[in-house]
Design a protein around this ligand. Structure first.
Ligand code: WT7
Length: 654
């Protein structure tokens, strides 16, 4: 479907879903919050920050002296791990379950209370310290979805070390690039994890990544959790078992308070150029907004709710809405290791039934794949515990939204939360007890946040029009910079609407007749595949690094299952054999990871370029989405598209 078609479909969407009366009645936040927050944004966020425990109070809420290098809660000191763990134990909630962990093999389960978590985080913090890791050092985490992954993050935070979690599906190249960029001293990993009924190795990838780093980079230890028991190589100089070190360390550890602006983590994400950007988040503002939004948008009742977010901790959603937001709020949550269809397609629904999950957060791509499998699978489970459902990662189409709400949620409100790695926490969403939500719309800014849709000049567009989505004032959980590259931070996010001082998110959006906002997707060369951001240039670089490839152009084409799919057009060198598409596709998998693997690779004789040599991806996208050749007038050689289109029939789906 073209963007125009999507748009006109969206504009015909007239359904609205009022909040259930009972939920509205007892909701954590009511309609008055919007006016109150707008009345004094700083006071509103200061009140949200008061929900945390501070070792020293801040002297200034927002410091905008050196924009766009904003600071929040200046002078305040706190410890993020203490806020997520110890303070709940001190409040008498030590026996509350923090994590119901569910391994992929059925019956492989663990229950971890806040007291258990406190002990294990203290042990890991002591272990890190004994390895010479301290405040300001970087710890890379490359792990499956096991409780130790959360412990590894919190232990870093506890000692003021900066963590960078690398998604376990990334390749050795991608891991090495991140370890190098942040200068990690320690890598925490596992032998492997369970994926689709089999062991999926992690430690060998770490070994390979370390080999790629000249002289190991700064890595002085690799801490390894034994999860699967599979055979791994052991390097006695570097490798330490978790069960020999963390498990035997002291359970006493006194947390030190760090500055509100002390870095908490770096999360790498794709941008428009090949090199991933290390998004730097700091402590006080980040934790404030992660915790407050989580509490407000899910109407969280920590004493009674059971929460489950299906994201991987390797993405920002896992950071903000598995680790920092929920744990700061003292929730009980489910953590699931495996794939949704292992060992059977109803696995997720069985987990919801077993743990009586009440708040559930997932991505549209997952919802669409379940929808395809039919209603019978979820109908076999009792899902009546669900009371608020969340969606994140990409626009949710109205059909999937309504299916999610009715078949899974039995009518429960759906919050469509729009945010980004850079924003750290939710920026737009309906509120479950307040908003009459429209399926497919993120509706409007979260209280205390200001967004707008603007034209090329930065003027607010009228209702009924589209434009660029911008954030018009700083927010607590905003990124502080790109790790090691302040200039790129300014250029990427603040240059487009410099005159207005707006943050440009990279998304296009539309205001409907009521002024509600519909996010349409990226306007730059960034794709969104299954809710994961991938850069076209990153995949192109991977392709041209293969000896068979002379040139490559990658586009994201609309895909019914994954939102967008990676489609690559390649020009081969003469030395290349015929039929090498699979080999090229495997090469991308090796260079970046399985998520970046092209769904289709088309071998073409030429690529469409403007006279100045810029590849016209728009034309390739039209072709990949089956819209024919379109307007080729700006091409240097207008016959090229005919050539490419003629060859297209020969390309096969992988
Ligand atoms: C991009 C950010 C937010 C954590 C997961 C992805 C798209 C995200 C929505 C939504 C429409 C959405 C945007 C955004 N996106 N949520 N509810 N509706 N689009 O984080 O990898 O940083 O990607 O995801 O295009 O810019 P990310």
């Amino acid at each position: 479907m073209s963007t125009e078609e999507t748009l006109s479909n969206l504009l015909h969407e007239t359904r609205r879903f009022e909040p259930p009366a009972e939920l509205a009645e007892s909701a954590n936040v009511k309609a008055e919050v919007y006016a109150r927050a707008a009345g004094d944004r700083e006071a509103f966020w200061a009140e949200a920050a008061e929900r945390l425990t501070w070792a020293e109070p801040w002297t200034r809420v927002l410091d905008d002296d050196n924009a766009p290098f904003y600071q929040w809660f200046t002078g305040g000191k706190l410890n993020a791990a203490y806020n997520c763990v110890d303070r709940h134990v001190e409040a008498g909630l030590g026996d509350r379950v923090a994590i119901h962990w569910v391994g992929e093999p059925v019956d492989d389960k663990r229950t971890i209370t806040y007291t258990d978590l406190q002990r294990e985080v203290a042990q890991a913090a002591n272990t890190y310290a004994a390895m010479g890791v301290g405040s300001g050092d970087c710890v890379a985490i490359y792990m499956p979805m096991i409780p130790e992954a959360i412990v590894a993050m919190l232990a870093a935070a506890r000692i003021g070390a900066i963590h960078t979690v690398v998604f376990g599906g990334f390749s050795a190249e991608a891991l090495a690039a991140r370890v190098e960029d942040c200068g990690a001293k320690l890598i925490v990993t596992a032998d492997g994890g369970w994926r689709r009924g089999a062991h999926s190795a992690l430690k060998p990838t770490v070994d390979e990544a370390i080999e790629k780093l000249g002289d190991r980079g700064k890595v002085s230890n690799v801490l390894v959790v034994r999860r699967t028991g599979q055979d791994i190589d052991w390097n006695a100089d570097l490798d330490v078992w978790w069960h020999d070190s963390v498990a035997t360390a002291s359970t006493e550890h006194t947390p030190e308070a760090f500055d509100a602006e002390h870095p908490l983590y770096v999360m790498y994400t794709s941008g428009t150029t090949g090199k991933p950007k290390g998004i730097k988040h700091t402590t006080g503002g980040y934790l404030t907004q992660a915790a407050y939004t989580h509490w407000a948008q899910f109407d969280l009742k920590p004493d009674t709710d059971v929460y489950w977010c299906t994201a991987d901790i390797g993405w920002v959603t896992g950071h903000s809405y598995i680790v920092y937001g929920p744990l700061a709020n003292g929730v009980t949550q489910v953590l699931y290791e495996g794939t949704p269809d292992a060992p059977e397609r109803g696995r997720w629904w069985k987990i919801i039934e077993e743990y009586k999950v009440s708040l559930f957060y997932t991505a549209p791509t997952a919802i669409r794949s379940f929808m395809k499998q039919g209603d019978a699978i979820p109908a076999a489970c009792d899902l009546s515990s669900l009371r608020v459902l969340g969606s994140v990662g990409e626009p949710i189409n109205p059909e999937a939204y309504v299916w999610y709400k009715t078949v899974i949620g039995g009518g429960a409100p759906v919050i469509d939360t729009w945010w980004q790695t850079e924003t750290g926490a939710t920026m737009m969403t309906p509120l479950p007890g307040v908003t009459a939500a429209k399926p497919g719309s993120a509706m409007g800014a979260f209280p205390g946040i200001t967004v707008d849709v603007v034209d090329d000049e930065g003027n607010s567009v009228p209702n009924g029009s589209g434009g660029y989505l911008v954030v018009t004032s700083p927010w607590p959980s905003m990124l502080r910079t790109i790790w090691g590259d302040d200039q790129r931070y300014v250029d990427t996010y603040w240059a487009r609407f410099k005159a207005q001082g707006y943050y440009f998110a990279g998304d296009g959006a539309k205001k409907d007749e009521d002024g509600d906002i519909w996010v349409l997707g990226r306007v730059d060369d960034v794709m969104n595949v299954s809710g994961h951001r991938l850069s076209t240039t990153e995949i192109e670089s991977a392709l041209v690094s293969h000896p068979y490839v002379a040139e490559a152009a990658v586009v994201g084409a609309t895909d019914p299952d994954t939102g967008q799919a990676v489609v690559a057009y390649v020009i081969l060198r003469e030395s290349a054999p015929g039929d090498c598409e699979r080999e090229l596709s495997d090469h991308v998998r090796k260079e970046i990871g399985p998520i970046a693997k092209p769904k289709r690779i088309m071998v073409v004789p030429e690529l469409p370029k403007t006279r100045s040599g810029k590849i016209m991806r728009r034309l390739l996208r039209d072709l990949a989405e089956g819209r024919g050749v379109g307007d080729t007038t700006t091409l240097a050689d207008s016959s090229i598209m005919e050539l490419i289109a003629a060859g297209k029939a020969a390309a096969t789906d992988e």
